[in-house]
Design a protein around this ligand. Structure first.
Ligand SMILES: *[C@@H]1O[C@H](CO)[C@@H](O)[C@H](O)[C@H]1NC(C)=O
Ligand SMILES: *[C@@H]1O[C@H](CO)[C@@H](O)[C@H](O)[C@H]1NC(C)=O
Ligand SMILES: *[C@@H]1O[C@H](CO)[C@@H](O)[C@H](O)[C@H]1NC(C)=O
Ligand SMILES: *[C@@H]1O[C@H](CO)[C@@H](O)[C@H](O)[C@H]1NC(C)=O
Ligand SMILES: *[C@@H]1O[C@H](CO)[C@@H](O)[C@H](O)[C@H]1NC(C)=O
Ligand SMILES: *[C@@H]1O[C@H](CO)[C@@H](O)[C@H](O)[C@H]1NC(C)=O
Ligand SMILES: *[C@@H]1O[C@H](CO)[C@@H](O)[C@H](O)[C@H]1NC(C)=O
Ligand SMILES: *[C@@H]1O[C@H](CO)[C@@H](O)[C@H](O)[C@H]1NC(C)=O
Ligand SMILES: *[C@@H]1O[C@H](CO)[C@@H](O)[C@H](O)[C@H]1NC(C)=O
Ligand SMILES: *[C@@H]1O[C@H](CO)[C@@H](O)[C@H](O)[C@H]1NC(C)=O
Ligand SMILES: *[C@@H]1O[C@H](CO)[C@@H](O)[C@H](O)[C@H]1NC(C)=O
Length: 508
């Protein structure tokens, strides 16, 4: 097994690259100081590295390149502080001591059904907010759960598609908020759980993932929990010589539940068949956070002075490691993945991490990602493609997260002819006939910029406009003159005709 994994790691270094090149260069006429050529690189995915070469009568570099990026911006005025009387305060502007004094309570868990957000305060208070179009929150109400407070270890709230649940080591409560009031049902068949645990509900089944006891599945029927199945160490690791385990985290992707075991690595469970997938295993010890989205996996390992971030792709029964990044000690609590980025939540500095970058081929400037400072994030929820709710220990805020693609823009100041050759290594190919898990590319694009000077200087331009005005006036004057001449002629002709007529009537 270990040898197989090693093979995969070695193999992962040899991603096949497709070469792609346009057959003909593109001719782009430009006017110096006037026109700008620009294009984006969406179809190339993420650009890892780029080089721009000029040849021709090169006098000055004319192109500017910006790598892709993701911006994560809090919408002004959307921060709502819930666990204090003060509304709309900016947590970032407060000192840590002020925050500690001001907030003796804090939010500890959150859950969402469609657009209804529920937050749990340490003392059992529930905050309900409806996320409406806007983007804003409306219908804010608070409620008090009837719970026994001194027993609440591991308190958390969760939801299925219809109800919310409060769970701690000794209590299991189902609740709904209808028409502004809370309805609570206590589930009495819940047995005391020892040790750290995580829990989720999917299609009437309750999955309890416990560090010591493995995974237990219950069926929820008429508000009673019926034991359904139990997966102990030998069920999780069939035919593997593993004697210790410690389940610390989980992640759901497609129809799979991935279980992170601090002692051994990642195993997975088929949620459709409800069986362990015993062929699958990722050997990676010492990790305590897992995030998987569309087979893209991030594992976090926290060590004494450093934290390691492992990024990989799940392929068949294991993974390819794409990158291992070491950061100085930061407790990364949570990871939220987006298409090409991941938000590593670590207070107070969060990192927007670019995925899919293979270290050896990537511009160093992309490796560090962007840091942004926001106090005490508990987690984030993606609502729409670019709207995100950030949950703090003290309230909520709405963010706009926008991915922008890489872009080049070229503008010349001098008349010249420039052949510009752009070489880039990127995560996507234009010719997608390749059936590779990794569709990385090396591309070459050629442009010939034919830069002409402007036709006239500003003085000449003014003169030209002046002359145009004069010429136009002359033309107008001519038209007016011709009109009057014709009109005068017509009038004369009419007079003569009139005279002729009157003379004729006189003679008869
Ligand atoms: C792309 O990667 C190759 C190695 O495969 C490297 O030689 C080349 O310099 C890279 N090109 C750019 C523009 O980074
Ligand atoms: C919990 O704390 C909030 C203030 O943050 C307070 O309004 C509420 O009454 C408290 N609930 C209990 C049960 O103490
Ligand atoms: C909601 O509550 C109000 C007053 O508390 C009541 O008039 C109304 O009928 C209720 N609506 C529903 C759908 O229960
Ligand atoms: C919540 O607020 C929306 C408007 O934002 C309103 O249409 C809706 O009826 C409200 N729902 C309740 C249960 O009050
Ligand atoms: C919620 O889940 C239940 C049980 O899986 C299912 O029967 C029901 O159709 C679901 N409801 C919605 C609105 O998805
Ligand atoms: C299992 O591994 C332990 C050491 O990790 C070794 O002592 C033992 O012989 C192994 N057992 C089997 C059946 O391979
Ligand atoms: C998971 O289980 C379902 C139902 O038995 C099956 O159709 C599917 O192939 C399984 N997935 C894998 C990857 O084994
Ligand atoms: C993954 O599975 C497919 C189909 O079974 C196979 O063609 C491919 O070689 C496998 N990849 C690896 C890395 O084992
Ligand atoms: C990537 O870099 C590492 C260390 O810098 C080196 O050992 C490894 O051979 C490189 N891999 C490739 C494919 O260039
Ligand atoms: C990026 O491209 C430049 C220019 O081609 C090259 O010198 C550099 O080595 C490349 N960096 C990596 C990491 O491939
Ligand atoms: C463009 O403007 C620069 C000064 O900004 C000037 O030196 C240059 O001559 C101008 N180019 C042309 C073709 O007029």
């Amino acid at each position: 097994m270990f040898i197989f994994v090693q093979f995969l790691l070695v193999f992962s270094q040899e991603i096949t690259w497709t070469n792609y090149s346009f057959a003909f260069p593109q001719f782009i006429p430009l006017i110096a100081n006037k026109t700008v050529f620009s294009r984006t690189f969406e179809e190339f995915g993420q650009i890892l590295n780029i080089s721009i070469e000029y040849n021709g009568d090169i006098i000055e570099p004319i192109c500017n390149f910006d790598y892709q990026s993701m911006l994560f911006q809090r919408q002004p005025q959307t921060l709502i502080a819930l666990v204090t009387d003060l509304q709309q305060i900016d947590i970032d502007s407060l000192k840590t001591e002020e925050i500690q004094q001001g907030f003796s309570n804090e939010l500890i868990s959150y859950a969402i059904i469609d657009r209804d957000l529920i937050l749990l305060e340490k003392n059992g208070t529930i905050h309900h907010l409806f996320y409406s179009d806007g983007p804003k929150f409306t219908n804010y109400t608070t409620h008090q759960l009837s719970i026994i407070l001194d027993k609440n270890e591991n308190s958390q709230i969760l939801s299925d598609n219809q109800s919310y649940y409060y769970v701690d080591s000794e209590q299991f409560i189902k609740f709904n908020i209808n028409n502004g009031s809370l309805e609570q049902i206590n589930i009495h068949s819940w047995n005391k759980v020892n040790g750290h645990f995580k829990i989720f509900i999917k299609q009437e089944y309750v999955y309890l993932i416990n560090s010591i006891n493995g995974m237990s599945i219950y069926k929820m029927q008429n508000n009673i929990l019926l034991p359904f199945n139990q997966f102990m160490i030998n069920d999780i690791y069939k035919n593997k010589n593993i004697t210790h385990f410690n389940l610390v985290d989980y992640s759901i992707d497609n129809e799979f539940l991935y279980l992170l075991d601090y002692e051994n690595g990642v195993s997975r469970f088929n949620l459709t068949s409800m069986h362990m997938d015993n062929n699958f295993f990722i050997y990676q010890k010492g990790c305590n956070v897992i995030s998987i989205q569309n087979n893209q996996i991030i594992l976090i390992q926290q060590n004494q002075i450093l934290s390691e971030i492992y990024e990989g792709r799940i392929v068949n029964d294991s993974w390819f490691m794409i990158r291992k990044k070491t950061v100085t000690k930061q407790i990364i609590r949570n990871v939220q993945q987006f298409d090409n980025y991941a938000l590593l939540i670590s207070n107070p500095t969060n990192n927007i991490y670019q995925k899919n970058l293979i270290e050896n081929f990537t511009d160093l400037s992309l490796n560090s990602g962007n840091n942004f400072y926001q106090m005490e994030f508990l987690g984030v929820i993606q609502m729409d493609s670019d709207l995100i709710i950030g949950i703090y220990k003290y309230g909520v805020a709405i963010y706009i997260a926008q991915e922008s693609s890489a872009q080049i823009s070229c503008q010349a100041r001098l008349s010249q002819q420039n052949r510009v050759t752009i070489r880039l290594n990127s995560t996507n190919c234009l010719n997608k006939n390749q059936e590779d898990d990794f569709n990385y590319c090396q591309c070459r694009l050629d442009y010939v910029f034919d830069v002409h000077g402007v036709l006239m200087s500003p003085y000449q331009e003014d003169l030209y406009i002046y002359l145009c005005v004069v010429a136009f006036s002359i033309v107008v004057a001519l038209f007016v003159a011709i009109f009057f001449i014709i009109r005068r002629y017509q009038l004369k002709k009419e007079k003569i005709d009139h005279l002729r007529k009157s003379r004729r009537t006189l003679s008869y």
